[in-house]
Design a protein around this ligand. Structure first.
Ligand code: BMA
Length: 329
């Protein structure tokens, strides 16, 4: 029996929308995994640029229509980290607006020491203020919720302890001040036998919907030639986001196009953002093969409708819903 699985996100036909050739000079080999916001009609991407010195810095790209982007002439003037954490790489920014402030939670890397979650604040994307190195062990995929929950800042995170491939599941932590973090709880696990069977991590900033919080996260599986990074959705309880109400069974986007299947890292689609438009469409500006940036769109309604599989903490998934199987032959 053949099942035809159609991903919910539809790619922009002119993808990729940004490649290294769009940089103002040949500073970077690869551009990928941007954070994104829309402010007063302007789309701003904070882009990972993998440069010739072998580390990653941030560069802004801007657009008035959400499709045609232009890089700024220079990279971002990123703030100095504390002397005890001599950051020599920053990547995968998630940008959360709270009031007039934009908080950027990102992977802060120090050679030989590892990766922590860093937090930087801006109001205008011109001046950036360092807030904290906000994790004690290796941690990535930190995503700050856009509202306080039970009076506290709240983040999804993916601590990974020792090695890169130690169990990689999603946790949730709270903070009164964005500096001290705690009340950490496990939140969501990888699902063996699925395309998110090896590791998972937060992607976009959660979107508040009637049922709770909709998130787009990445899930990894392996095959003989390495890892495959796809995107999935889940709906979390509004007041206790460690409660996963539903999860998409199949990826809402998975690597299929040549610019996603080949590049610096093969078979990767990875998002750090989503933009909800007034007409109910959701845009994601996703990293493709850690090399360039694609745009894909889906309606919020469809994303919610396709997030159907009930999820039971530690016992896995009731595997009954074939909501995304559109045709069977
Ligand atoms: C993850 C992060 C991402 C990257 C992905 C695929 O662990 O490092 O920045 O896009 O791997 O290589």
């Amino acid at each position: 029996m053949q099942k035809d699985i159609v991903p919910v996100f539809k790619r922009y036909p002119q993808n990729p929308i940004l490649t290294p050739a769009d940089l103002p000079f040949s500073a970077g080999y690869y551009v990928f995994n941007p954070g994104a916001v829309k402010i007063n009609g302007e789309y701003i991407l904070l882009v990972d640029v993998f440069h010739m010195e072998g580390s990653i810095c941030f560069w802004l790209a801007r657009s008035r229509n959400g499709y045609d982007f232009k890089f700024d002439p220079q990279p971002v003037k990123w703030p100095e980290p504390p002397s005890w954490w001599p950051e020599n790489g920053c990547y995968d920014p998630r940008i959360t607006q709270i009031g007039d402030d934009f908080f950027i939670m990102y992977g802060s890397h120090v050679n030989d020491l590892g990766t922590r979650l860093g937090i930087v604040k801006t109001r205008d994307f011109a001046e950036f203020e360092f807030i904290s190195i906000a994790s004690e062990i290796n941690n990535r995929n930190g995503v700050l919720f856009p509202e306080k929950i039970n009076g506290m800042f709240c983040r999804m995170e993916r601590p990974f302890g020792g090695g890169e491939h130690s169990p990689c599941d999603m946790w949730l932590s709270y903070s009164p001040d964005l500096i001290h973090w705690g009340q950490s709880r496990p939140m969501m696990q990888s699902r063996s036998g699925h395309f998110d069977g090896l590791k998972i991590g937060g992607g976009s900033v959660p979107i508040r919907v009637d049922e709770g919080w909709l998130i787009i996260y990445h899930g990894v599986t392996t095959c003989c030639s390495g890892s495959i990074y796809s995107l999935f959705t889940a709906i979390l309880d509004a007041d206790d986001p460690t409660k996963i109400l539903k999860r998409s069974k199949y990826p809402v986007l998975f690597p299929q196009m040549p610019y996603e299947t080949s590049g610096r890292v093969l078979n990767v689609v990875f998002t750090c953002n989503s933009i909800l438009e007034p007409d109910g469409m959701v845009k994601i500006y996703y990293g493709a093969a850690d090399s360039c940036i694609g745009l894909a769109e889906a309606s919020l309604k469809e994303l919610i409708a396709s997030t159907k599989t009930p999820y039971h903490f530690m016992t896995g998934v009731e595997d009954r819903y074939d909501s995304q199987i559109l045709a069977m032959a």
